[in-house]
Design a protein around this ligand. Structure first.
Ligand SMILES: [Mg+2]
Length: 208
């Protein structure tokens, strides 16, 4: 195993197949992992609702009402724009993420995303904007709840999942899916899982 790869797999009994994760067994969460959703959240809050002074680093928990000094009604209104795809500011992918997904589309199609969103259509349209015709090899399963992710992943024979919500990571692990934590300010509690902080690191996991 390379020094770079070893860094991500210590400590603990972590997933390696020939020095890397088998890309055909890997799937991805959307919001907070592939999509830079929380930067969009802050931009909508700032520009549409005049909420100022909240930094990305202030989002220290997944329950936004619990960690942000922000009117719950505004939080809900901003989230509604994002979930319905009605926002006027663009949702951006994480840096380097499209490049890595494009490579996986070329080498290991189809690419599977599993989201707890209820309606996949806004993100399907967004993917078509990003990847054009290649988006036909992207499958997005919207479970509607966090609890259903493991069942979907096992049905698709995907045993590794890149996820930013720690509670989901623990549930996946219990169900036999190996989580990989995508590092964010809201998942800094201790956990035993492998972790990445960029899509460059994701690429090193799948490309060896
Ligand atoms: Mg997420």
């Amino acid at each position: 195993m390379s020094v770079a790869a070893r860094k991500y797999f210590e400590p603990g009994p972590l997933p390696v197949l020939k020095n890397r994760i088998d890309p055909a067994r890997l799937a991805f969460d959307l919001d907070g992992v592939f999509a830079d959703t929380l930067h969009l959240f802050l931009e909508i809050a700032r520009r549409d609702f005049r909420v100022h002074g909240i930094r990305y680093e202030d989002i220290t928990c997944y329950d936004l009402e619990a960690c942000l000094d922000m009117d719950p009604g505004i939080i809900e209104a901003v989230l509604q724009q994002i979930l319905e795809g009605t926002h006027t500011y663009p949702l951006k992918p994480m840096e380097d993420a499209p490049r890595v997904i494009l490579r996986m589309l070329q080498e290991y199609p189809p690419v599977l995303f599993v989201t707890a969103r209820a309606d996949p259509r806004p993100v399907q349209r967004w993917m078509e904007g990003l990847f054009g015709k290649k988006a036909q090899d992207i499958e997005i399963v919207a479970t509607g709840t966090y609890d259903n992710k493991a069942g979907v992943l096992l049905d698709y024979d995907r045993t590794y999942f890149l996820e930013d919500r720690l509670e989901t990571c623990f549930a996946l692990d219990a169900a036999g899916v190996t989580p990989i934590v995508y590092r964010q300010p809201w998942n800094r509690a201790p956990h035993p899982f492998a972790e990445v902080g960029s899509w460059q690191e994701v690429l090193s996991l799948v490309a060896g």
